[in-house]
Design a protein around this ligand. Sequence first.
Ligand SMILES: [Zn+2]
Length: 441
Amino acid sequence: MLDLAGAAATGSRKGVIGSSGIRGRTMTYGGSVMHPMVPMVKPALRRGWRDLNTVQFGMTPAHAMTLGPMDTATGSFLDLLNGTRGLELLRAEGRRMRLPDGHVDGLVTRLTRAGLLDDARGGGPRGAELRSSKDVLDRLRPDLASLSLTASEPGEAMDRLAARRSLRVQVRGAGRVGAVLASLLAGAGVGEVDVRDGGRVEPWDVAPGGLPAEAVGERRDEAARRAARRAAPARPPRRGPQSPSEDTDPGHSLVILAPRDDVSVHAPVPSAADDLIASGTPHLYTGVVEGTGVVGPLVLPGETSCAGCLHEGRADRDPVYPRLLAQWRSGGGKARPVPACDLALATTVAGLAAAHALAFLGGRTPSSAGARWEVSLPGLTWHARPVWAHPACPCGAAEKGKEGHTSMDGAAHETMAEQRPSRTSRRQADARPVGTRRAHV
Ligand SMILES: [Zn+2]
């Protein structure tokens, strides 16, 4: 429980609060430009009083927390922390409300430590740039509010949102899942979404949010890229002339493998990701096979299990699995019928895969690292199947595991240092600031 009312109650904590570092605090997160912080209690969290002196921020167990004891005057003061006043003005308001000296700074410090405070002008230079494009930011406001829920530092949400613009993601496969997924990433502000696939758009590729009916007969990759561009809130940033364009381009922050072929979804061919393993490019598998949607594993090469590990593990558990796989892949030499792919299931899978991708791109390690999330019709219960790193797989994840590193290790991704999407250390997706606790809701 954070004692926010302590200063008001005793009037004796001036010294402590005065040394908190908030006085004259400038925002340093996300860039070198210093500016005075403009505190804002995260508006994404609903507020309610649990009793006369305990405030609950947030409704859902994932993000809710309680603060108290808090006196009425401090509670009223929270309304002023709405991103319209800098610290100087807030201190003046505090004096007007006869709050003790230092109380405002103490409150701001404690709210910051609790992860409840954002900075209305935070996010560094790229945040300022995004803020200046009002039309673009208006499109992304719900995403910004959502990012604030998992951000611990003031200004971090804006920094992460603005950082998406410089990211390059490739989606391999432009069927019902891949094309929708590419559009979702572009719509969420990822600056460059490239789509790779062969052939031409078939009528059964068409999906709301993905390939439109007008694209039937056009080149699949071009049509999917165009759909993604249309979904984006802004035009993609210009690329330099030296930008490589091959599949093996190591400059992608993430590659998503979303094959249209059902066998490739169920049993991804390990060699198809050789370039990604070799270049240390993180990649995520997803797709629909029969009545089952799949998201994962997210592969951090050499750190977490890959498609080869998945294959070896299955062959261990079922000795006839390689024999079956060979038959599935050969397909009998005949033209295959259109594979089953429920439209709503495909859209769900695209959405969840995009959310895992965005969590990863935002510096977190989502639960698809080392696991495949699967959901099957008609029960639609999601469950995670672990994919263990296998000692026979050349990816080296099993070796790494033996050395004591875990897939969630904060310093795990040195190979991607140049493209690292976030300056924050990688943390587990449900990490929360120290000193806070979940509310019982
Ligand atoms: Zn492996």
